[in-house]
Design a protein around this ligand. Sequence first.
Ligand code: FAD
Ligand code: SF4
Length: 522
Amino acid sequence: MSSARKKLRHLVVVLGDQLDLSASTLAEFDKERDLIWMAEAAGEAGHVWSTRMRIAYFFSAMRHFREALKAEGLPVHYHEIDDSERGLMDLLQDTLEDLQPEKVICTLPGEWRVLEELRQACKEASCPLEVREDSHFMDVPEAFRDWAEGRKAIRLEYYYREMRKRHQILMTEDGKPEGGEWNFDKENRGSFGKDGPAKDKPVPPSFAADAITREVVRLVNERFSDHPGSLDDFRWPVTREDALTALEDFVKNRLPEFGLYQDAMWTGEPWLYHSLLSPALNAKLLNPREVIKAATDAYQAGGAPLNAVEGFVRQILGWREYVRGVYWWKMPGYLELNALQAEARLPEFYWTGETRYRCLSESLQQTLEHGYAHHIQRLMVTGLYGLLLGIDPVEMHKWYLAVYVDAVEWVELPNTLGMSQFADEGIMASKPYVASGKYIQRMSNYCSGCPANPAKATGEDACPFTTLYWDFLYRHREDLSSNRRMQMQLRNLERKSEDEMAAIREAAKLAWANPSGMEVPA
Ligand code: FAD
Ligand code: SF4
């Protein structure tokens, strides 16, 4: 080994979702004695069956970050993907053996498994590892644990209020919430009415692929050709500069209507008034503090109403921090929870989008095309269908982790397993998010283009959501009987006659046998 290698002091490991020049791991970086390490690994891309869009997003953002590091004069050891199937830690072990740093430094990864593997790799190389807190977040796992431990139930609302007070966001000088209320949810449940979204509604910017992204797209299409999804329309910001442009555009053009239409869906409209900032936030191209500040500044300047700004702040300061707290509080056991004992396999059409049902085909096809669906599509279409079908929550988790460009386990897992599948015994949600097709009809125009009828639970044009909703309530009526918030739904179930329920149970068998609706009955 050369003397240069012997001299290496710190190997600073930067993972694909840690693309932040102001990270604490780079604070006392010494260009002469330290080295940054980054790697594209086939093992990570294939850990779950990632869509090509997700793989390309991370590789492109990483390669752009490598250029940003170089522009700062910082030395980087960057492993580009090759033909081998080697995992991240195999690659790291090679470097540790080769360069023998005095210490490895890393920001807390976004996945428990990766943290364990990192510890193991360093242990095997007899190299000390220092894991630093991720200063990108506004809370730390230990503080969340202290807040959560000992409470009978942890609820977002109370955590969010604490965070508002702690960070003095949307608070008046006398310590009251801005506008006199902590939340404006009642004003944030609008749908579009029969004419749909305004024809001149703002269109979010699309960031044209530069030479680096084009090369990544070519490579991913070649190397991961058997992975799902397409790369025909790569539009995501992959640099900090472009992410800041995306933030500015959202705050100016879409934030004012964000609150009102937060839960609405519409055919052929994947973006509506959503921010599309989650990939940039999760890759750490944007800091949540600056995102929140941009929104609250817009409110102060009269550029966006309080219901919209509060609704947006709640997502980032509330939900985003809350799910991270739950993740680190409950892992690794969280991954094994399956409160409703759901064991069915994920239907194949989740990977192709080929289904007769309009709500599902719209949500799935945009997911496979763009790596994006907004919250209500994830929760109340694809997630709800999985819950009603009784899909194994780990199968659901692997799918959600694979298909979205913003998917990192700390945020994806509690949302999927807890909020969407109610598999965590009510840690995340006080009741399962179950509804019939009528909810989807109210919040979208999907049903008008669908062969099924959301009002029908049985018959040829039965809506599978409606059929399976009643069947779900029936199957779980005892598990849910002590849940105060389920009482109204259970009372409605009791009103069904025995004959009606028997017909619904038969219809549910048909829905299970043919969940995409594509099979022609024999
Ligand atoms: P907007 O609607 O514009 O919201 C603004 C921001 O708030 C988002 O960018 C995001 O950072 C934050 N946010 C909103 N809701 C949540 C939430 N429930 N949890 C955490 N942050 C939230 N979000 C991810 O970032 N990664 C995931 O892998 C992910 N998986 C999900 C899986 C399921 C089953 C469900 C129901 C939700 C999931 N979410 C996930 C949360 C949410 O759907 C996305 O954050 C949101 O759709 C991203 O789009 P956007 O940036 O346009 O969000
Ligand atoms: Fe979805 Fe049912 Fe509406 Fe069809 S009728 S779009 S399946 S909710």
